[in-house]
Design a protein around this ligand. Structure first.
Ligand SMILES: *Cc1c(COP(=O)(O)O)cnc(C)c1O
Length: 388
């Protein structure tokens, strides 16, 4: 891995990693290397790259930038967030136990259940906010603790440092899915985690035009383990996607900072509406994770959810009126999106599972984009007006 100059601020890393490094033509923007194969220097003498599955200069440039932003020893860029999770799971054996959040991302939940069902490992789902229970489960033996904070869609916040400490004491590793905040707002490796996972589809690329993922590890040995396994199974990100994600990454900081500012305003407004039963946003003082989020995050992020008091009927009427918020899955792009978790992201859950997870029929989740806050507010106001 190539390191850029030490001691740069993360904003600078995002904006400048790989810029003006082209030795062939002094291109300011890093060139994209599409080649699947590389000529050997001579007999039994490969160059720094030999074949595109094991390494690609464009993909590696993105990986190095992400590793630097997260404070890791290296990163592996994958074809999706799910393949990033699966790459990490591939480090486990059938005798291993994973502890995962009961309210983790739906795709992760499905993957963990499916692989456990095939005997690849054992999985135990629990509420990571309950450290005493986690401690008990860890005592029974575990290899990996998977963490998501803030959670989807209720924005619950759990203590990364405390979890990583407990895990370490029990001989388990900790992996944090940092998709919802990005390294601009949270750096789990600095809080003691061993791995960070990303769906780069979201904030890192930020323009809703790439599906990709990454795993970053704190130490080099683990990076090598991931790199080898990624080459074995071939879950690599494409050069084009990597190049586009690197381009998106340039503006990560200004995007997410502006988006979270707008999110804070929308959350405040929503929390004052009679038609809204509850708003889940860690930036609100009323949010149960507010203090912890203030301590462990550098900002409250641009994701929030809220429950319409009128249930499904209210949701339908509300969505009908929205013009700026697009009714679509995913998050982290420049455009504001709204989803109905019960029928979209969490549709695979049974009614009972949804009830336990707190996903009611009136719940809506929004990903706040870069539109002017007043325009977004007007959109919400118009929609809310039909509810009263
Ligand atoms: C979207 C998402 C994933 C899955 O990523 P894909 O790029 O869609 O495969 C995993 N974790 C979280 C928290 C996500 O939001």
């Amino acid at each position: 891995m190539t390191k850029s100059e030490p001691n740069l601020q993360p904003e600078t890393v995002a904006a400048s990693h790989g810029v003006a490094k082209d030795t062939a033509f002094h291109a300011v923007v890093p060139p994209i290397y599409l080649s699947s194969t590389y000529a050997f220097n001579g007999f039994n003498n490969p160059g720094s790259y030999d074949y595109g599955r094991s390494g690609n200069p464009t993909r590696n440039m993105l990986g190095d930038a992400l590793a630097e932003l997260e404070g890791g020893a290296g990163a592996v860029v994958t074809s999706s967030g799910m393949s990033a999770v699966d790459l990490l799971l591939g480090q486990l054996t059938s005798s291993d136990v994973i502890i995962a959040p009961h309210d983790c991302y739906g795709g992760t939940y499905r993957l963990l259940k499916a692989r456990a069902g095939k005997g690849h490992f054992t999985v135990k789902f629990l509420d990571m906010g309950n450290l005493a229970e986690l401690s008990n489960v860890l005592d029974a033996g575990a290899s990996l603790v998977l963490v998501e904070t803030p959670s989807n869609p209720l924005m619950r916040v759990v203590d990364i440092q405390a979890i990583a400490r407990l895990a370490k004491k029990a001989g388990a590793l900790t992996a944090v899915d940092n998709t919802f905040l990005s390294p601009a707002l949270q750096t789990p490796l600095k809080l003691g985690a061993d791995y960070v996972i990303h769906s780069t589809t979201k904030y890192l690329n930020g323009h809703s035009d790439v599906v990709g993922g990454a795993v970053i590890a704190a130490d080099l040995e683990k990076v090598e383990g991931l790199r080898t396994w990624a080459t074995v199974i071939g879950v690599i990100g494409s050069p084009m996607d990597s190049w586009m994600t690197l381009r998106g990454l340039r503006t990560l900081f200004p995007r997410i900072l502006r988006q979270q500012e707008t999110a804070g305003r929308l959350a405040e407004w929503l929390s004052q509406q009679k038609s809204v039963a509850v708003v889940h946003y860690p930036g609100l003082r009323s949010h149960p994770g507010h203090r912890l989020a203030s301590k462990q995050q550098r900002g409250f992020g641009a994701m929030l959810s809220f429950e319409l008091a009128g249930g499904t009927k209210a949701v339908e009427a509300f969505l009908q009126e929205l013009k700026l918020f697009t009714f679509a899955e995913s998050l982290g792009g420049v455009e504001s999106l709204i989803v109905h978790p019960a029928t979209m992201t969490h549709v695979d859950m049974t009614s009972k599972e949804k009830l336990v997870a707190g996903i009611s029929d009136g719940l809506l989740r929004i990903s706040v984009g870069l539109e002017h806050p007043e325009d977004l507010l007007s959109d919400l106001k118009r929609a809310a007006a039909v509810l009263s």
